[in-house]
Design a protein around this ligand. Structure first.
Ligand code: DLL
Length: 438
């Protein structure tokens, strides 16, 4: 097993804490001097860079949110002049203005190293041929993975997203061993391969590196079966870096975080209080080495928990559990908190249905209605009425057992729900103000 950067990935944790403190002191001084926004909010709190003496002093600093970042669109939070920026990307916000992020030459070097580290964690070596089915563009997925894979020495196929038939041709003709995509798109590739009668025993695909959207363990099993790969999860976000923030090793016991470059905290999303390792909360990131777009205590809205005990792979870096979703994706239906991932887990474990679904929430009178549309595995199942009734009643029962909510189940034709080549959109909340109290 190869470890890309043994010195940093296997560092004794006390030594890692020292390194983090040294880098944090530098970062806090740096943003205070270079970014007026940080200077202002530190001054408002009477906080001077020299007040930071211990890692725990970080908690005296305020959080920064995506909305704060958006207010400085496009370059208001950059810490360096434009001539030092060599690359721009933007977050894939579905609403409002996106957040524009910049990279200096040194940031590009760090990013390349961290994605090289991440793909090595997942088992990629110079012997692999890696097909990147993420979009190349302002989205960080395509370009982010590209440089790291090249650094490792893999043969990179910059396929970019979409054109599913061509993706399958490339996998077969170029002997692709590693697929890089969103889990939603990986699933669709598997479905299309099956529909085209492709003989998977002849392809060389062995690894799948999937990320950029939440997915469940059940979805992992499904994708592994359909694509015949070992699938690993990896996480990142534009505001913090892009891909390369964390990724799973072969132990698949959480995603190793590049803690020599980021401090990660978990907080109670309502009170902002810090939580101990092992407790579920919102992830908050502070960058330690970024030059162009440093962030201090960025609230991600992603829900996860941290594990700090040693991993069997020998790395000492903390790991984050796969995310259960985002706080802003959480639905409150008739007072019950519902993560779409809970619904996904139930659906994928059910017989007779395909892993394609959408969730609609309506307000009818004073009540919320949860409607789940899911494809049946085969259109034959749509024929005998009693069978259909039985199937939807079974799913309804399972959903009730998990959420204590009665959902309306719509069984639909195979292939009738929208497929995605990028991030999936499966939740449609039609209630005024998304069901939240005004
Ligand atoms: O999605 C960066 C990325 C690209 C990560 C390719 C991994 C692979 P953004 O477009 O800024 O950046 O979206 C960031 O996506 O806050 C999470 O909500 C979600 N996300 C990213 N990776 C995962 C994952 C990229 N593995 C937002 N599991 C984040 C769950 C993920 N959610």
């Amino acid at each position: 097993m190869i470890i890309w950067d043994r010195e940093h990935e296997c560092m004794p944790r006390p030594r890692l804490a020292e390194l983090q403190l040294e880098r944090l002191k530098h970062t806090v001084r740096y943003v205070y001097e270079k970014v007026p926004y940080y200077r202002d909010i530190f001054d408002q709190r009477g906080f001077k860079p020299q007040h930071l003496q211990n890692l725990s002093d970080l908690t005296h600093l305020p959080f920064i949110t995506k909305d704060d970042l958006r207010n400085f669109y496009p370059f208001g939070l950059f810490a360096v002049p434009q001539r030092e920026i060599v690359r721009l990307h933007a977050s894939s916000g579905t609403t409002g203005r996106s957040v524009v992020v910049g990279y200096t030459r040194r940031d590009m070097e760090t990013w390349t190293e961290l994605t090289a580290r991440m793909v090595t964690l997942a088992g990629v070596t110079e012997n692999d041929t890696a097909q990147i089915a993420f979009n190349y563009g302002l989205f960080t997925g395509g370009f982010g993975l590209h440089y790291g894979l090249e650094r490792v020495g893999a043969t990179v196929i910059p396929a970019s997203g979409g054109n599913t038939e061509r993706q399958l041709t490339l996998i077969q003709d170029f002997g692709t061993t590693t697929l890089i995509a969103t889990p939603g798109y990986a699933l669709y590739l598997g479905e299309t391969a099956e529909a085209q009668g492709i003989d998977l025993s002849r392809w060389q695909l062995r690894l799948g590196l999937f990320g950029s959207e939440p997915w469940t363990e059940e979805m992992r099993t499904e994708i592994e079966k359909r694509l015949r790969v070992t699938a690993t999860d990896n996480y990142g976000l534009s505001e913090v870096l892009g891909p390369g923030v964390s990724g799973e090793c072969h132990c698949r016991a959480g995603m190793h975080i590049a803690e020599d470059h980021f401090i990660v905290e978990t907080i109670n999303p309502e009170t902002g209080a810090n939580l101990p390792p092992g407790e579920e909360g919102e992830l908050v990131f502070t960058s330690l080495t970024k030059e162009a777009f440093p962030v201090i205590r960025f609230r991600t809205k992603d829900i996860s928990c941290l594990y700090t005990e040693p991993c069997a792979c020998g790395r000492t870096t903390a790991r984050m559990r796969r995310t259960s979703g985002r706080t802003d994706d959480m639905l409150i239906i008739r007072g019950v908190n519902v993560f779409p991932s809970q619904i996904e887990s139930v659906l994928i474990n059910s017989e007779g249905i395909a892993p394609y679904y959408r969730i609609d929430v309506y307000r009818r009178g004073a009540l919320d209605d949860l409607e789940i549309s899911v494809e049946v595995a085969s259109s034959d199942l749509l024929e005998p009425y009693f069978q259909l009734e039985e199937l939807s009643a079974t799913i309804q029962r399972k959903i009730y057992a998990t959420l204590a909510l009665t959902a309306k189940i719509r069984l639909v034709q195979p292939g009738s729900l929208e497929r995605t080549t990028g991030k999936s959109r499966r939740v449609f909340d039609h209630r005024p103000s998304g069901g939240r109290p005004a």
